[in-house]
Design a binder for this molecule. Structure first.
Ligand SMILES: NC(=O)c1ccc[n+]([C@@H]2O[C@H](COP(=O)([O-])OP(=O)(O)OC[C@H]3O[C@@H](n4cnc5c(N)ncnc54)[C@H](OP(=O)(O)O)[C@@H]3O)[C@@H](O)[C@H]2O)c1
Length: 261
């Protein structure tokens, strides 16, 4: 199901999760935005299968969170599904391994969580119209020099969006260390809950991802469009530390581009 199909027919995860009291229903969540925080929008979270392109530190952690919260997952990497046997065994019956093409086809939300230098290999056609989460960061020592990022005329998320022109790319999970995804998750409404940042050009897609993040255990701050996602890139005040919504909003406002005079 695509983001814009979620309204009344919304199924939510189709299975019971221990401690949830039964099948998790569709639910609503308010999203503070980092700029003019007016009245937060209300959205439903109703996806059932999450595809993961990349099953390393971040991909495997997101797969763990997804399975724990009632989703099915299809994990993939560059070497092939046979190399993911151990992870799938750990995740259990609601996980399977596939190729990246299969993960992209199966996922109602698909996460691209690979070294940035490899985004050109992400399959395009099966991701058409889908919400695609981009966790990727630019590390020149790993990814090589990328001129549009070095001169700050673009962002890493905009590069993925350009590669996937008919997908709805949302930047998320790029500024939290992989271990903290499970260690710092807290129920919605907990005081001083950690906030994670999203950015994207499609409001519905951002609401879908915000609802997923809330379900996974974190508050959400919307920093704006993909062009604004530089405010949470490597080296900015919000990148790394555990911050609440108020603290993250302040950190995003203090971010500066390296080439700014
Ligand atoms: N580590 C963190 O705490 C952290 C936090 C936030 C964001 N990030 C960012 O998130 C991304 C993933 O980070 P990570 O730490 O999870 O990396 P990682 O541990 O090195 O894992 C990368 C994964 O991507 C797969 N992969 C590489 N090229 C691929 C391709 N062309 N198609 C499909 N799969 C491919 C790898 O598969 P193979 O092993 O088979 O090659 C591996 O499963 C990076 O951009 C990173 O900068 C990392």
């Amino acid at each position: 199901m695509l983001a814009n199909e979620r309204a009344e027919s919304c199924p939510g995860p189709r299975r019971a999760v221990p401690g949830s009291g039964g099948i998790i229903p569709c639910y609503s969540v308010g999203i503070p935005d980092a700029g003019n925080s007016g009245h937060p929008p209300t959205v439903a979270a109703c996806m059932t299968t999450i595809g993961l392109i990349g099953a390393g530190h971040i991909g495997s952690q997101l797969a763990r969170l997804a399975v724990a919260h009632g989703y099915d997952v299809v994990v993939s990497n560059s070497r092939g599904p046979e190399t993911l046997t151990e992870l799938v065994a750990e995740l259990g019956e609601h996980a399977r391994a596939g190729t990246s093409q299969e993960a992209a086809e199966a996922g109602e939300i698909v996460v691209v969580t690979i070294p940035l230098k490899n985004i050109g290999s992400v399959p395009v056609a099966p991701l058409a119209g889908k919400v695609v989460i981009d966790t990727n960061n630019y590390y020149p020592q790993r990814d090589g020099a990328i001129a549009e990022l070095d001169d700050e005329s673009s962002t890493s998320a905009e590069l993925l969006q350009a590669h996937l022109p008919t997908s709805h790319v949302v930047k998320a999970f790029n500024h939290i260390a992989f271990g903290d995804l499970t260690a710092q998750a807290l129920p919605s409404g907990t005081d001083n809950r950690r906030a994670l940042v999203i950015a994207g050009n499609d409001a519905d897609a951002k609401q879908t991802v915000a609802a997923l993040i809330d379900r996974f255990g974190f508050d959400v701050v919307d920093v704006g469009s993909l062009a604004e996602s530089w405010r949470i890139q490597v080296g900015t005040p919000g990148y790394g530390p555990r911050l609440t919504v108020a603290e993250m909003t302040e950190a995003l406002s203090r971010a500066q581009r390296a080439t700014a005079s």
